[in-house]
Design a protein around this ligand. Structure first.
Ligand SMILES: C=C(OP(=O)(O)O)C(=O)O
Ligand SMILES: [Mg+2]
Length: 564
């Protein structure tokens, strides 16, 4: 039940695939695909004594080619992406690492095995040193894979950096892969797996790359084929008419440019104020969000800053990172979420290992139940960042299920002079929102997980994408209940899940009584512009209408009928 089909466009005879649209916009170009990681040899191939010198040369030449390629990319990239690529290029030609490889070859090993042996040696050393050195492990393993691929004549592993604007197709992408994408070179993105709230979708939205997920038949589209991805309709056309495709890209860009002219503040056409905020994951994201009309940050996903860490960052390191976001939005509202580790966002230093069912396991605030120290150190870091930047961030906990959890969290937050709130993303919390509000100052509804847990459907599953649709009336009924509890208590209730990034649904949420909408930077203007076209009464009428429907399609239609 994917809701995805394959049809033939009779006008162009192009093959059209259907998926779930997640980031609006149209991109057209040749397909690039991530290359698989090479298999690491676990035993050496014996090299005869008289061939060892040339084997050393082969090893050095492969490392040099990898370094040169990374260096060339660094020269084309800008900002931190360029710095990271240059540092990795230097690592490929590190004398210590090359020396360790050459030594293994002189001992009789082949170049591929020597690359792995040298890497293992340095990985062990970096792990022992810890801190910043330990963070280089992933980079070094990546260099090793690239050298192995070069030695075997295979394409470079991982997401390629295309030479021309291209469309990236993949099964699914890790957050680390998508975070480094250059939107001028990857003009659209489509995956065969992943739901509308998967992190591929979230990061694509942050980068403003048109994106469609859960596309059936995608795996059959070969690299190099010209495709057009429409992130508004969810259609992917294979080999479309080139002229028509270019026209569609231009029209979509013109539409997005008109929307981008929206400058805020967030309000309905009759002046009802709604905070339109941005979701960010680090300082760079916050600085980018600052260039939009966002009134502040409604969700700072702190865990995304630490996906590549093996060990918990120190309080000082954390404070620096949080301070960057606070500085970018000086004088504005910033809502910091404490670590939401586990399940689809595993952190090596905070995730409970070996769980049969991680989405229902020890994730989010539940980690603090086992290790309160990790939460306290993070709150200390947020308090230190607040003091250093003279700001007053709001702080919220993910995955709260009970009023007692909210009470304990609020006490820890207030102790540090900060404002406590919680996320509503577990149905139990939505149902008892009134009792939770006795302890905290605000709520923020995470519709991504709320949909997952309400519908008992994995948010990462392409097969279940129709169930995790935030337009599901059951999910919306819980949102309405939490918003009502907030209105009764006179406390703000925001939405920071992907529902807030859908301009039509955003109006419905306002109709429920939601006081702020937080979406990826790329979605801010679209949401603000749409809200400015409707009255508060229209939003309320649309909200009443969707609650009377039986399914997401009917709910969308009911809202469109009222909101236009
Ligand atoms: C905002 C949410 O949190 P995340 O997507 O990071 O789990 C959510 O669940 O809606
Ligand atoms: Mg969540």
């Amino acid at each position: 039940m994917t809701g995805s089909t394959t049809v033939t466009d009779s006008r162009t005879d192009a093959r059209t695939l259907h998926g779930t649209p997640v980031v609006p916009g149209v991109g057209y170009g040749p397909v690039v695909r991530p290359a698989p990681r090479p298999t690491r040899p676990d035993a050496a191939r014996e090299i005869g004594e008289d061939s060892r010198e040339s084997e050393v040369e082969r090893f050095r030449a492969a490392a040099k080619a990898v370094g040169a390629r990374l260096q060339a990319r660094a020269a084309l990239a800008t900002g931190s992406a360029s710095e990271v690529l240059a540092a990795n290029a230097a690592m490929a030609e590190d004398r210590g690492w090359l020396g360790a490889g050459a030594k293994a070859i002189k001992g009789g090993a082949d170049a591929a095995y020597a690359a792995v042996a040298a890497t293992d040696q340095f990985v062990a050393m970096f792990a022992k040193l810890g801190g910043r050195m330990a963070e280089r492990i992933t980079d070094l393993m990546d260099i090793c894979d690239r050298v192995l691929a070069e030695l075997s004549g295979l394409p470079e592993p991982g997401v390629p950096t295309p030479a021309q604007p291209s469309v990236l197709l993949a099964e699914d992408l890790a957050p680390a892969d998508t975070a480094g994408l250059d939107p001028t070179l990857v003009v659209a993105l489509a995956t065969s797996l992943g739901g509308p709230t998967s992190h591929t979708a979230i990061i694509a939205r942050q980068l403003g790359i048109p994106c469609v997920v859960a596309v059936a038949g995608l795996d059959d589209v070969a690299a190099g084929t010209a495709v057009m991805v429409d992130g508004t309709t969810g259609l992917l056309s294979v080999d479309p008419d080139a002229e028509e495709a270019r026209r569609a890209v231009d029209e979509s860009a013109a539409h997005l440019a008109r929307v981008a002219e929206w400058t805020g503040p967030g309000r309905t056409s009759d002046g009802h104020h709604v905070d339109i905020l941005a979701n960010v994951q680090d300082g760079a994201g916050a600085r980018a969000a600052r260039t939009t009309a966002a009134d502040g940050v409604g969700l700072f996903r702190t865990e995304l800053s630490f996906l590549d860490r093996d060990v918990e960052p120190t309080v000082a390191e954390q404070a620096d990172i949080y301070g960057e976001v606070l500085t970018a939005f000086e004088g504005h509202k910033v809502v910091v979420r404490t670590l939401d580790a586990g399940s689809d966002k595993p952190l090596r230093f905070a995730t409970h290992p070996d769980e049969a069912n991680p989405a229902l396991g020890v994730r989010g605030i539940r980690i603090a139940a086992a290790d309160r120290g990790i939460l306290h150190r993070q709150l200390d870091a947020i308090a230190a960042a607040a003091e250093a930047t003279s700001s007053s961030p709001w702080v919220m906990a993910p995955m709260i299920a009970t009023a007692d959890e909210a009470k304990a969290f609020a006490a820890d937050v207030r102790e540090r002079g900060l404002t406590p709130g919680v996320m509503i993303e577990v149905p139990a919390a939505a149902l008892l929102a009134d009792r939770i509000l006795e302890h905290v100052d605000f709520l923020s509804i995470g519709t991504n997980d709320l949909a997952q847990y309400t519908m008992a459907a994995d948010r990462m599953s392409a097969d279940l994408a129709a169930l995790t649709d935030p337009w599901q009336p059951a999910v919306l009924a819980l949102v309405a209940r939490a918003a009502e509890a907030g209105a009764a208590a006179g406390k703000p209730v925001g939405v920071c899940g992907e529902a807030a990034a859908d301009p039509l649904l955003a109006c419905v949420l306002v109709g429920f009584g939601v006081t702020s909408l937080s979406a990826a930077s790329a979605a801010v203007a679209g949401v603000g512009a749409r809200l400015g076209q409707v009255t508060l009464e229209q939003c309320r009428e649309a909200a009443r209408a969707v609650l009377g429907t039986a399914g997401p399609l009917e709910a969308r239609e009911a809202a469109s009928a009222v909101l236009g």
